[in-house]
Design a protein around this ligand. Structure first.
Ligand code: ASP
Length: 326
């Protein structure tokens, strides 16, 4: 299948990095098979309203001079709490009919990072990833150990049923009946992520997901892998990815965007575009959001749609779903 590449680049803010009051936030709610017209008007509106709530949560932090790290965590928490997205509540089910959640966060100011994989009881996995970064000497914790660390850190715990939604359960049952593929790509969308530049010029990125329907054997995708699903480095860029995770890992997707900008002097738009082309060449599909050191945003995807949005000091909130949308 010929991959369709769509790149939408926000207009440069035109202000130098240190310009007083300059800040920018971009988010995604997953890429996948969202063809124009496939959503009812009500669902279309619900997704946009939800994306706007996440933009508001992050903008509330950044407009007051808060840290990009706090902004990406706030935006991702909002999307994790929303059952529409495949992260936190509303996550997809594993082959065994369980929810196992992955998340990561990275602070561009010092390149500290935290990640968790296969967690089952933390309401907001992105905050657990942040606790790993700030309260442990490690970068990544998995499974039972990560669940135990979460309790120890006093993060909000929920019963595993909290994550279940009827829609995701029906998707799981359909997958189980068909068993046509190990991982069902049609349900691949819904992962969430955010990238931000704050008024001090610091970049941050975060990503959170339930993974892919039907995952098994402790499968971990790209979302919690620093350099694959998430990356942030001041002066270069912040990146959050979504799609068929195995390909994003093999392409070092988020780090590839960073290297293209830092080493090859590509624009953020070109770096995002070329990274998605590389992933498409491997057979992967999905998208990513990237922001450069000045807050210029690139949305790149080779799937028909990606839930996304952005807002900035001089740009009102804007959301989009289909690849063809500006
Ligand atoms: N990238 C995620 C994973 O492979 C899934 C997604 O983005 O939809 O776990």
């Amino acid at each position: 299948m010929k991959a369709m590449i769509a790149i939408l680049c926000m207009a440069p803010l035109g202000a130098p990095l240190q310009a007083a009051g300059n800040w920018q936030l971009a988010i995604h709610g997953g890429a996948g098979v969202v063809d124009p017209g496939s959503l009812t008007p009500a669902m279309d509106a619900a997704y946009r309203a939800s994306l706007n709530r996440a933009l508001e949560a992050g903008a509330a932090v950044l407009s007051k001079g808060g840290a990009s790290l706090d902004a990406v965590e706030a935006a991702v928490r909002t999307l994790e709490d929303d059952p529409l997205f495949n992260a936190g509540k509303g996550s997809v089910f594993t082959a065994e009919g369980r929810n196992e959640l992955d998340a990561s966060i990275m602070d561009g100011s010092n390149r500290k990072a935290g990640a968790v994989a296969g967690v089952t009881r933390t309401r907001n996995p992105v905050s657990l990833a942040r606790a790993v970064m700030e309260k442990s000497t490690h970068v990544m914790l998995t499974g039972l150990g990560a669940d135990a660390f979460s309790v120890q850190q006093g993060l909000e715990q929920v019963e595993p049923e909290y994550f279940r939604t009827e829609e995701r359960w029906q998707q799981y049952l359909q997958w189980r009946d068909k068993r046509t593929s190990l991982l069902d790509r049609t349900h691949a969308y819904g992962t969430v992520g955010a990238v931000a530049l704050d008024q001090a010029g610091h970049l941050a990125a975060a990503t959170s997901t339930g993974g892919l329907t039907g995952k098994r054997w402790g499968r971990v995708g790209d979302s919690p892998i620093i350099g694959a699903g998430t990356y942030a480095e001041d002066g270069v860029c912040a990146v959050s990815a979504t799609g068929t995770g195995e390909f994003f890992i093999r392409a070092s997707a988020a780090r590839q965007v960073r290297d293209r900008i830092a080493w090859h002097r590509e624009s953020v738009k070109s770096a995002a575009d070329n990274t998605i082309k590389d992933i498409g060449g491997l057979g992967g599909d999905g998208g990513l959001i990237a922001m450069d050191a000045r807050g210029r945003v690139a949305f790149a995807m080779n799937s028909p749609g990606m839930y996304r949005g952005s807002v900035g000091a001089t740009q009102p909130a804007h959301t989009a779903i289909y690849a063809s949308e500006k």
